[in-house]
Design a binder for this molecule. Structure first.
Ligand code: RB5
Length: 147
């Protein structure tokens, strides 16, 4: 799978660990930064990753900040992005099955590396169920033009 990944200063250490884990899994990783703990603004990295996903350069996006919250809020401003802040395994699964989420946002201050790997693994392997959920996704997409 082609994964675009990005983080702010609060998420960079976890982002780098997840990047290595993804590479070892056999995924292709496009790292949009940041690359140091110097303070940066998370919307810049949410946008960089989100654009890679909507352009088709990446299959899924992974964002890491302190909580995952700001990243998800910012990513969802990009048309075509369905970003979810995830802290538990059921939500990781349901975000794919029901919501066809294409970006996961993780919180480095909330989730340790081992659990982040498991949340990300579930997010990557779980298929969207379609069916009745597609009508709802279509209504979400319609909000992009008529909110
Ligand atoms: C940065 O201090 C922090 O606000 C950011 O990483 C994130 O948690 C925002 O939602």
């Amino acid at each position: 799978m082609r994964i675009a990944i990005g983080a702010d200063h609060a998420g960079v250490a976890l982002k780098d660990q997840l990047k290595q884990w993804l590479i070892e899994r056999g995924d292709t990783v496009d790292d949009a930064g940041t690359h140091s703990t110097e303070s940066v603004d998370y919307p810049d990295f949410a946008a960089a990753v989100s654009h890679r996903v909507v352009d088709g350069r990446a299959d899924r996006g992974v964002l890491v900040c302190g909580t995952g919250l700001g990243m998800a809020i910012a990513a969802n401003k990009v048309v075509g992005i369905r970003a979810v802040p995830i802290v538990d395994e059921a939500s990781a699964r349901l975000a794919r099955e029901h919501n066809n989420a294409n970006v996961i946002a993780l919180g480095a201050r909330l989730t340790a590396f081992e659990e982040a790997c498991e949340l990300l693994r579930i997010f990557l392997v779980t298929e969207y169920q379609g069916g009745r959920h597609q009508r709802r996704i279509d209504k979400i997409s319609a909000l992009d033009t008529h909110s």
